[in-house]
Write a protein that binds this ligand. Structure first.
Ligand code: MSP
Length: 525
């Protein structure tokens, strides 16, 4: 007899955010990306996958030197200070990253130098003279096409400087066509689709220009960087340094974490850094003989005043923590960001939009459902709720829809269509609210109707279903509410209400969750 041994291998999942520049304090734009990554990490953990969630700070380069000088601090003091602010912000926003990497970490510098040496030895790095338009905001040379009509950088609203210097170059051109073929064969590597197309266009444009990528800065102009291992007169170009954080965090070239997590690497970025991630990074990986990441997820911008990309330099940035506090908690901010933005598109931020979304969906929708159900249980059943042997007939109707709702939720989540995944669950919220309107439990109570108890206990199980699915989006509130309920459910994501068992419990002191935001009180957002 042949015996089979099965080992339960966990599915690994690796999610990264960009490592943020420490030239300014974090704002809502940074918080959005990190909150998305956190939501995905929580979702994957609920699916029993083993997740590695990485974020951190990008601490070298011209920008940092200028920022440190402006406040009369040494570079190290300056980066320590702002990096700490990012770390603290993620703590306050309840972000569950597994690691916080800094490009000034010694182990990171070592990985960068190892890869540089490897590419240099292979002949993929050479020295040459170059003159071009350098945007200090982007920390790279820009092509004519990338500039606006009057020659400014569209992201930083500043004219780039003309710089001429001798530098080391990475043979980008050698790898462009290989990467393009790779992409054409696997268009899903970059999503949403519009960004895949944009990258294909950029590859073509770079191939037409025919230039390689400058990957060094002379020490005479910039000392705040990682020295090139093969020429101490130069430091590494900030993007070449920064992109490698995704590997150094996995302790590359050590194999353990790398073999677990690299094959499932999901990079999350906004479209401002599409070129370095969609082109430089895969070409660097190809040159180093390392497989390309499995997915690059690209989102659009939060637009602040003037419908311009929210940013510190344009003065239209929001402070995420102050905003979360004003709205009444982290979860309200998360909900707004995840529900309002169509992943991939630009989205406008304004007080009105925030109030409408939160009051409409959370206060009037979910909050109202929870508060009226629990107050009816209090009023009619003295707060006592337990499993009813009898099921109200609505459960059958709802269960018929839940399988599809659940499937759509997972499909949308896996495609980073968070707004749609949330919408699916709110179909259940709306269904239950309508059910209350139609079945009028208050009238049933007057008649002592025998269906009242199964109706309310069924709605309670419906609420639990909703809260379980909203866990990645509203981690703090769902935990608080679910902890007040005594129930059993074997699965993280049940597909039918019959998988949820209410245990005998008394719902005492059930507070009101998701109160309506008073526009006057929050006017100063
Ligand atoms: N240090 C580089 C990234 C290196 S990754 C190897 C960098 N840093 S950054 O501080 O400028 O961060 C850019 C990222 O912050 C964007 O890609 C996005 O994730 C987030 N955002 C900054 N402003 C944003 C908006 N207005 N809207 C949405 N996301 C925004 O680039």
């Amino acid at each position: 007899m042949v015996s089979h041994y099965y080992t339960m291998k966990p599915n690994y999942y690796y999610i990264t955010t960009p490592i943020y520049y420490v030239n300014a304090k974090p704002h809502l734009g940074h918080a959005y990306t990190t909150i998305v990554a956190d939501t995905v990490a929580r979702y994957q953990r609920l699916k029993n996958n083993q997740v590695f969630f990485l974020t951190g700070t990008d601490e070298h380069g011209d920008k940092i030197v200028k920022a440190a000088q402006s406040v009369q601090l040494s570079e190290q003091e300056y980066v320590d200070n702002i990096s700490f602010q990012f770390k603290e912000l993620w703590k306050s926003l309840n972000i569950t990253n597994d690691q916080f990497i800094r490009t000034t970490d010694t182990f990171h510098k070592k990985t960068v130098q190892d890869i540089l040496q490897k590419l240099y030895d292979a002949g993929d790095i050479y020295i040459s003279e170059y003159e071009g338009s350098y945007c200090f905001g982007c920390e790279r040379y820009l092509t004519e096409k990338e500039l606006t009509g009057d020659g400014t950088c569209p992201d930083h609203q500043k004219k780039p400087e003309t710089i001429k210097e001798k530098n080391y170059f990475f043979k980008l051109q050698k790898y462009l066509s290989i990467w393009k073929e790779n992409l054409l064969a696997n268009p899903d590597i970059i999503g949403p689709d519009q960004y895949y197309k944009e990258v294909i266009g950029m590859i073509q444009e770079l191939a037409n220009i025919g230039e390689d990528l400058s990957i060094s800065r002379p020490l005479s102009r910039l000392s705040w960087g990682i020295p090139l291992p093969f020429d101490q007169n130069y430091v590494t170009y900030v993007w070449f340094d920064a992109l490698l954080n995704y590997l150094s965090a996995l302790e590359y070239p050590h194999q353990e974490k790398f073999t677990q997590y690299w094959p499932v690497a999901n990079h999350l970025i906004a479209k401002d850094i599409l070129k370095p991630h969609g082109i430089y990074w895969p070409c660097m990986l190809l040159a180093a003989g390392i497989p390309v990441f499995s997915k690059l997820w690209v989102h659009g911008y939060w637009l602040g005043m003037g419908d311009l990309k929210m940013s510190k330099s344009l003065g239209n940035a929001q402070d995420p923590l102050a905003l979360a506090q004003k709205l009444g908690g982290n979860d309200l901010l998360r909900y707004f960001l995840l529900r309002e933005m169509v992943f991939g598109n630009d989205t406008r931020f304004s007080d009105d939009i925030v109030y409408k979304r939160i009051n409409g969906d959370l206060a009037n929708g979910l909050g109202n459902l929870i508060s009226r159900t629990t107050s009816m249980i209090k009023k009619y059943f003295n707060n006592n709720i337990t499993e009813s042997t009898q099921r109200h007939h609505f459960e059958k109707t709802l269960n018929n829809r839940l399988a599809e709702i659940s499937e759509n939720y997972h499909k949308n989540f896996s495609e980073f269509k968070f707004n749609r995944a949330i919408e699916q669950i709110f179909q259940v919220v709306n269904y239950l609210n309508e059910l209350i309107e139609e079945s009028k439990p208050w009238a049933m109570a007057k008649e002592n109707h025998p269906d009242l108890y199964p109706l309310l206990s069924g709605i309670m199980r419906g609420i639990i279903y909703v809260l379980l699915y909203l866990k990645p989006v509203l981690p703090e509130t769902t935990e608080k509410i679910l902890n007040l309920m005594n129930f059993y459910c074997q699965k993280s994501f049940p597909v039918s209400l019959s998988e949820i068992d209410l245990k005998e419990s008394v719902l005492e002191n059930f507070p009101i969750f998701f109160q309506r935001l008073d526009v006057k009180e929050t006017e100063t957002i």
